[in-house]
Ligand binder design. Sequence first.
Ligand code: FES
Ligand code: FE
Length: 435
Amino acid sequence: KPESQSLAAWVEETREGIDSGRFPVRAFNDQAVYDLEQERLFSKTWCFLAHESEIPHPGDYVTRYIGNNNLIVARDEHGKIHANLNMCRHRGNVMCKAEMGNASHFRCSYHGWTYKNSGELVGVPYMKEGYEGRLKRKDWGLVRVRVDSYEGLVFGCLDPEAPPLDEYLGGFQFYLDLYLKHGLGGVEVHGPPDHWIADTDWKICTENFAGDGYHTPVAHQWGFHLGYFPSSGSTHSQGWAVSIPGKGHGIGLGHGPNFPPFGGFPDDLVAEMKQSLSPEQVEVFSRTRTAVGSVFPNLSFLMQPFSLEPGEIGVRFVTMRLYHPVGPGRMEMYSWCLVPKNASQEYKKEAYRAYTLAFGQAGTFEQDDFENWTKVTQAAGMTMVRDVDFPYIMGMDSAPDPEFPGPGHAVVPYVNDTNFRNLWSRWADYLAGEV
Ligand code: FES
Ligand code: FE
């Protein structure tokens, strides 16, 4: 395409392409696309901030991002969670320089303005002598961000007009419960998140975790062969790909022909899960070996068994990950291990060990993925790919499975592009300014 083609025309062409199963390579590494995502997408979507168990006590806080905006996410003295821009209203200094901690107040290191952890301005040096009554403290609190939560997941939204979180999730809660309702006590984070910078576009990760079962028997083939992951290349495509049309969220539910119901979970936890989940969720969950899903735009979950003894089912671990874009083709990965609150310490330790070996920063599966994702990102930055598309035509004509008991659009087999077409179409709607 000529370089002079306007970005708006490119976005329109991209939307038409998605309908016919094509998506442009350029989207994965381009300054103009990155800038448009900041302006039109991250400024409007609900973005994950923190899990409530990361800040369980009054005064606990973490600093996180929505797009390029750094936020303080803190629990106030009454237990309520607030998110505020991490910027002093006086001259813009960073208020909180730590990633996590406990503080009732934040005092600016430049001129000393002091705010409650809820964001209200409470202290101004030389208030009387300097401002002579002209400064009203209530007008100069930290810039607030909307927050809302689902089952311990705290989200923030920069757009005051955006629909509420429940509507945004649009039925995907049914699938989030498969990661979050492991027992009657729910789940908690096991320690702080690993996080690291990668030369990878955030969207590649969102897509992969929206149900890319296609790569597993190849990129992670060693896991099959050595018996660390109970699946085989010939049966790996079995299961459902489920998307929430018009919302962008998607999940892959991989089955195994001989995989036992709730395999990898201890019996007492399974008994609790049967109470915490609906009968329809139990029907879906009990058959699922691997659940890999993305909440649009940049939060993902994975639950899979991983064995330290080749040939065994092993233990189920859950990882939650956030892809924070920091530039075209560059992101910061945050990766947590979630464990059932009511599980034994021994089980939590085992699950964390399996997570670390497979999907921690130096995890074996993790390295398989990033090796491929950084190469895809490099390719997407080449000048010759400006006119090149990728095919997204798997399952183009699949009808939804009428027997499937959950919400959304469920198709078989699990290896499918349906979720990705839904994802890109939502992404393009935001970039076109239509959301
Ligand atoms: Fe914070 Fe001046 S910049 S008090
Ligand atoms: Fe992978």
